[in-house]
Design a protein around this ligand. Structure first.
Ligand code: ZN
Length: 201
């Protein structure tokens, strides 16, 4: 389970409470511009056994940036997280899904693995929380990565989402608790062009 675009303390505490009620853990993809307003959140997330991922400092489309900017966006946030008592991120999620081989290589050199998603309720667009709940529950499948955002309607629905998934038999885990995604073919590289992810917030 992943929650993007924070962190705000109230949201993070509620999300962790709701996840812990069902024995679950979360990954928060935070931005530097938000975390820098309340850096202690990094320590709180790590101490409670949840995970912090890197969502860039300024929420930029990384594929459009030169190398120095990519390094700065990811590196400055990693530094802030560690300085604030959080565990050093091992995953980055590119804002808008904007990444390419160049971005991935630079991130990898900084110890960051790419983290996209499988289930996207597009909860940022103001839809009622009940719709977000129903999209997530109807699209859930084993090892799927669910993308949510720190938006109000989702905040109100966290208990329904986590409780619903648990009733269906799922355990909510951090990204680093999932088996590795889509291993690359061992012999022959895929010839098919890759589908671009839909732009999302
Ligand atoms: Zn985002």
């Amino acid at each position: 389970m992943t929650i993007d675009d924070g962190p705000a303390l109230t949201y993070v505490l509620k999300a962790m409470d709701e996840a812990e009620k069902v024995g679950g853990h979360l990954t928060f993809f935070v931005t530097g511009r938000h975390l820098s307003q309340d850096p202690q959140i990094a320590r709180i997330i790590t101490r409670r056994g949840h995970q912090i991922g890197n969502h860039t400092w300024n929420h930029v489309a990384l594929a459009k940036q030169p190398e120095a900017k990519i390094r700065q966006e990811l590196g400055s946030l990693n530094d802030l997280i560690v300085k604030s008592g959080g565990a050093k991120p091992t995953f980055f999620r590119p804002p808008y899904g904007s990444h390419n081989a160049f971005v991935d290589k630079i991130a990898a050199s900084m110890g960051l693995k790419l983290a996209m998603w499988d289930v996207d309720p597009q909860d940022w667009n103001g839809k009622p929380g009940a719709q977000t709940v129903s999209i997530i529950l109807s699209h859930a499948r084993p090892n799927a990565i669910v993308l949510m955002h720190e938006v109000h309607n989702t905040y109100l629905s966290l208990g329904a989402i986590f409780g619903g998934l648990t009733k269906m038999g799922y355990t909510l885990v951090r990204l680093d608790q999932l088996p590795p995604k889509s291993p690359k073919p061992a012999k022959k590289p895929a010839a098919k062009p890759k589908l671009k992810p839909k732009p999302t917030h």
